[in-house]
Design a protein around this ligand. Structure first.
Ligand SMILES: *Cc1c(COP(=O)(O)O)cnc(C)c1O
Length: 402
């Protein structure tokens, strides 16, 4: 069973049928015109509601809500744990839970998007997949392309962390590092895709990326229906993940699976504050660059979807410095045994900052979406930790733990 869908332009409301196979609305001259997938979910309610509480093996549990025409590329994305964080909760005075996305097949939440994008590509008989990425989406799409046997060609910014460039190469993709930043990689990818009729899977424009990502909202709703958190905290680059989380959660509220919705706290780094600026109407502290590469997006294409989600949820945004992000990375590791990449640790930095500012009240509950593993980018953590101690080869020379 598959839902009936239509694609609506979030700028002008024009509606397209999927058979048009267009990714953006043509009425906006290449700026904006992002489409949103709309569903008639009436047929899916019972199928989904019947399985609630039965455990979540992977995101295909929600297949009746996904626009994949019967295809389901399976590498094991989704079905990630929602963990308590007792030590962090005690230290912060806020009840913290962690939606741990590190265990996805390629190490980040992007696999939720790729599972749906590649299924969609099979349904549409596409042959070459492409995307521009700050790193994780590239690795993820490449892994999923390998799984489906489709060709994959990706564009990354010149300063992508090495682990993130090597990973898609191992999956057999062609990887091009563009002389410039993410925006340059994105623009080149768009032009090449249009030219060669490649399927552009960039989350910034392909609406089906958000549809896959929204399963994290479904899971959060299902896993926390006994006690919905006051806040869900999400790091924002293009803003797709935050918008998608809201879409999924709200959908489950509409289906009656969960009784209330959380507020969203969207976190950005000082080097890339466009969504925060747009949402608050202010300009954040002057930036430069950020080491949190996954949220280092100067011109987010889904700012509007993200701002709508923030507004609908009664949410807030916060901007944090790289120092705060890297401290939070170490705190997550030390307190809960979670080694997350900087963009993911930004959620904890954002929560701390929102607690300090009084936006999040003592005693509130907050779920941090830990979007990706730290293992792809150990270089950024090296300055955080003391070096290895060298000891002589005698037991007596080894001190007790401090
Ligand atoms: C992509 C990504 C983000 C940001 O998601 P957007 O949809 O671009 O806002 C955050 N964390 C990680 C680990 C990511 O890979």
């Amino acid at each position: 069973m598959n839902p009936t869908i239509a694609l609506e332009c979030i700028d002008c409301g024009r509606v397209f049928v999927p058979a048009d196979e267009r990714l953006v609305c043509p009425d906006h001259d290449g700026v904006g015109g992002i489409l949103d997938v709309q569903y008639d979910q009436s047929g899916a309610r019972e199928a989904v509601a019947a399985g609630v509480g039965e455990g979540i093996d992977d995101l295909w549990k929600y297949a009746p809500l996904l626009p994949t025409d019967g295809h389901a590329v399976d590498l094991g994305a989704g079905g990630t744990p929602l963990l308590d964080a007792p030590t962090l909760s005690r230290e912060l005075g806020v009840t913290v839970r962690l939606k741990d996305e590190r265990g996805n097949p390629t190490g980040s939440i992007k696999d939720r998007a790729s599972a749906v994008l590649t299924s969609r590509a099979l349904a549409g008989d596409e042959s070459v997949l492409t995307c521009a990425s700050t790193g994780n989406a590239a690795a993820s799409l490449a892994g999923y392309a390998a799984r489906t046997g489709l060709d994959c060609c990706i564009f990354v910014p010149a300063d992508v962390p090495e682990g993130k460039a090597v990973q898609p190469l191992v999956y057999g993709a062609d990887v091009y590092a563009v002389d410039g930043d993410y925006d340059d990689a994105f623009s080149l990818c768009r032009r090449v895709a249009a030219n060669r009729e490649w399927y552009d899977c960039s989350a910034a424009v392909n609406p089906y990326a958000v549809e896959g990502l929204r399963t994290v909202g479904h899971e959060l709703a299902e896993q926390s229906r006994a006690s919905v958190p006051d806040w869900i905290v999400y790091p924002m680059g293009n803003g797709c993940g935050l918008a998608a989380t809201w879409k999924g959660f709200r959908e489950f509220a509409e289906l009656g699976i969960v009784e209330e919705c959380p507020r969203l706290l969207g976190v950005q780094a000082e080097g890339a504050t466009a969504i925060h600026d747009r949402f608050t109407g202010e300009r954040a502290r002057a930036g430069g660059e950020t080491q949190a590469d996954s949220i280092d997006v100067g011109h987010p294409h889904n700012a509007q979807k993200a701002c709508r989600a923030l507004e609908d949820s009664g949410g807030a945004t916060v901007v944090v410095s790289d120092r705060e992000i890297l401290d939070a990375e170490r705190t997550l590791g030390r307190t809960e045994g979670i080694y997350a990449e900087p963009a993911s640790a930004a959620t904890l930095a954002g929560l701390e900052s929102a607690v300090d500012a009084g936006t999040v009240a003592p005693g509130d509950s907050a779920t941090l979406v830990v979007t990706g593993t730290g293992l792809k980018d150990t270089a950024s953590a090296r300055d955080l930790v003391d070096g290895v101690d060298h000891v002589p080869d005698t037991p007596a020379a080894v001190p007790d733990p401090e």
